[in-house]
Each structure stands twice: as structure tokens, then as C-alpha cells.
Design a protein around this ligand. Structure first.
Ligand code: 5GP
Length: 125
């Protein structure tokens, strides 16, 4: 079920538990601002999620309430992860789902990194 991106942050969401180390994950990168790990249900040969360390539901509250340092640190981390995965030359796709129409399911901001194949058109026609 898609979430309401305007709801308050829920500390029991699955990515909050991953950040607290309560649930295992396959980490590919971590720094002060972000954690990146393999998606549990990959939709491409490479499917990695990058999440900020802070308590943000979606891109909406992150870009409204996040500090410049958090936002810069997170965006830089996404680029670092994609480069570490060797994706810039063949190309890749970033995706952030937001709320109901975006079909966001986990209420902690995450950017999907998809790579390793031709992604095709952006949205189904
Ligand atoms: P959304 O639809 O919210 O943009 O994407 C949520 C993503 O989180 C999905 O691709 C789903 O497979 C992934 N996911 C959900 N639960 C877990 C989990 O416990 N571990 C990991 N690694 N990924 C998860």
C-alpha cells in the first residue's frame, strides 16, 4: 500500500530499523549522511537503495526541512554509490517515489539506483 508522504515520520518503518541495525542489510556504502544497500526484491541486475541517515519520510519533507549539509551529503552519496558500482559509463536510472501517486511503500526517503541493463522508456505507455 502506498504511504501518505505528508504523515509524520514513523520510527518503526523498515528502513529506520535497518539504520538502527535491527534488521540486516547488504550494505554497499555508508557515510555520515547516507546508507546504501541492495534492494531485497531487485527490479534490475543492479538495484540499490540510498537512504539519508535523518528522519525524513520522502523527498518532500527532506527538501523542506533537511539542512544544506544533509541534502548535499545525501545527493553526493548517491553519486558516489553509482560510481562505485561502475554505472556512469553504461548509464543508470535514479528513482524516488513520493506518496500515493508515486507509489511509495516505505515511509523513509530512499532513492533507487537501477543499472546493469537497458532501462527502456521512463514510464509504461
Ligand atoms: P518504494 O516503493 O517505497 O519506492 O520502494 C521500497 C523498496 O524497498 C522496494 O523496492 C522493496 O523491495 C524494498 N524493501 C522493502 N523492504 C525491504 C527490506 O527489508 N530490505 C531491503 N533491502 N529492501 C526492502
Amino acid at each position: 500500500m502506498p504511504i501518505d508522504a505528508t504523515a509524520p515520520y514513523d520510527d518503526n518503518n523498515i528502513f529506520a530499523k535497518i539504520l538502527r541495525g535491527e534488521i540486516p542489510n547488504k550494505t554497499v556504502y555508508e557515510d555520515e549522511w547516507a546508507l546504501a544497500f541492495h534492494d531485497i526484491n531487485p527490479q534490475a541486475p543492479t538495484h540499490v537503495l540510498v537512504i539519508p541517515k535523518g528522519r525524513y519520510v520522502s523527498w518532500d519533507d527532506f527538501t523542506r526541512d533537511g539542512s544544506d549539509a544533509e541534502i548535499a551529503g545525501f545527493i553526493k552519496a548517491v553519486g558516489i554509490v553509482a560510481r562505485d558500482l561502475g554505472l556512469p559509463a553504461p548509464g543508470y536510472r535514479l528513482l524516488a517515489n513520493i506518496g500515493g501517486h508515486g507509489h511509495q511503500e516505505v515511509p523513509h526517503l530512499h532513492v533507487h539506483i537501477f543499472g546493469g541493463k537497458q532501462m527502456g522508456m521512463m514510464l509504461p505507455r
